[in-house]
Design a binder for this molecule. Structure first.
Ligand SMILES: C[S@@+](CC[C@H](N)C(=O)[O-])C[C@H]1O[C@@H](n2cnc3c(N)ncnc32)[C@H](O)[C@@H]1O
Length: 302
């Protein structure tokens, strides 16, 4: 397994804003639900003393291994956990910790994962069609596109990709797979382009296959359900005045976060810190393209 710590290019999104909004005590406990390359953990880890703790999670083994190298000199204790943030409560309690001061979830993927041929989700480069970030998941994207019936496929692409041409795309996929199985990202991207009558990227700012790929990725990795579980556990886990910050990258995720914070506020559990989501400045987006669709919401436990 290749772990590339020297080429860590991930820039933590909204770093300065987060530092301004979250005042972690030196002996505080942080959960980095999505450690990725460790950018945010490093940022907050430097504010923690030797009695501080970070629970560092990721479903991707390679991410954990890379982040472990990057954060190895932190003074605080770091528990690296290769696991799903939907089980965050169990992981924290297993270590005898009941309450935490800060939960951060920077959703989506690191840029290196987009080009990782083991994960297989790039429509820019041809690679085996897979999309499982966590290899313990049984069903890959190839399983879905080759086995799901046309209606389920269309519904999935519509629901998770918000793709209006979902029925047409599903029809093209089913027609194509009768001739030969769809096994690579390039094959799938070409089918979607044909279905949409757009052979390349030229006419649109975004690649025609973006929404279909997003839909499959969300379905394969159970992304929305995992996020719901994380949000449900968070209110129990946070200490009084503890904060939760979630950075999301598409409206389906952002809506879940917004609704969860609102419901908790109504129930007298949270105070919402960000009435509107915070988005990166133009300067940050110019430096880091990955930040362009980021939305940060923060809530505080009462
Ligand atoms: C955008 S990256 C995080 C980057 C990180 N904040 C940094 O500064 O380097 C998102 C990470 O979340 C991980 N991830 C996605 N879904 C997850 C889940 N359900 N549980 C744990 N990790 C998850 C991905 O594998 C990826 O490494």
């Amino acid at each position: 397994m290749e772990v590339n710590s020297s080429k860590v290019e991930h820039i933590p999104v909204l770093a300065r804003t987060l530092l301004e909004q979250v005042n972690l005590p030196r002996d505080g406990v942080m959960v980095d639900a999505t450690i990725g390359h460790g950018g945010h953990s490093l940022l907050f880890g430097k504010t923690l003393g030797p009695n501080g703790v970070i629970f560092a999670l990721d479903v991707d083994k390679k991410s954990i291994q890379g982040a472990q190298i990057r954060t190895k000199d932190l003074a605080c204790k770091v528990f690296y956990i290769c696991g799903n943030f939907s089980q965050i409560g169990e992981f924290v309690r297993q270590k005898g910790v009941e309450k935490v001061d800060f939960i951060l979830a920077d959703l989506g993927l690191c840029s290196s994962q987009l080009t990782d041929t083991d994960i297989g989700l790039s429509f820019q480069t041809d690679m085996p069609l897979d999309m499982r970030i966590d290899k313990r998941i049984k069903t890959s994207a190839a399983d879905i596109v080759n086995k799901a019936d046309q209606k389920s496929l269309a519904d999935l692409i519509y629901k998770f990709g918000q793709e209006r041409a979902s029925r047409r795309i599903a029809r093209f996929i089913v027609r194509q797979r009768r001739q030969r199985p769809i096994t690579t990202t390039g094959q799938l991207a070409a089918i979607v382009c044909r279905a949409l009558g757009r052979p390349g990227q030229k006419r649109s700012r975004i690649h025609p296959a973006t929404r279909t790929f997003q839909a499959l990725r969300i379905a394969v990795n159970n992304e929305l359900e995992n996020l719901e579980r994380l949000l449900e556990s968070a209110s129990d886990l946070l200490a009084k005045k503890g904060r939760i910050a979630v950075i999301s990258y598409h409206s389906l995720e952002d809506r879940l976060v917004k609704n969860n914070f609102k419901a908790n506020e109504k129930a007298g559990i949270y105070k919402i810190i960000t009435k509107k989501p915070i988005v990166p400045s133009r300067e940050e987006i110019a430096e880091n393209q990955r930040a362009r669709s980021a939305k940060l919401r923060i809530a505080e436990r009462k």
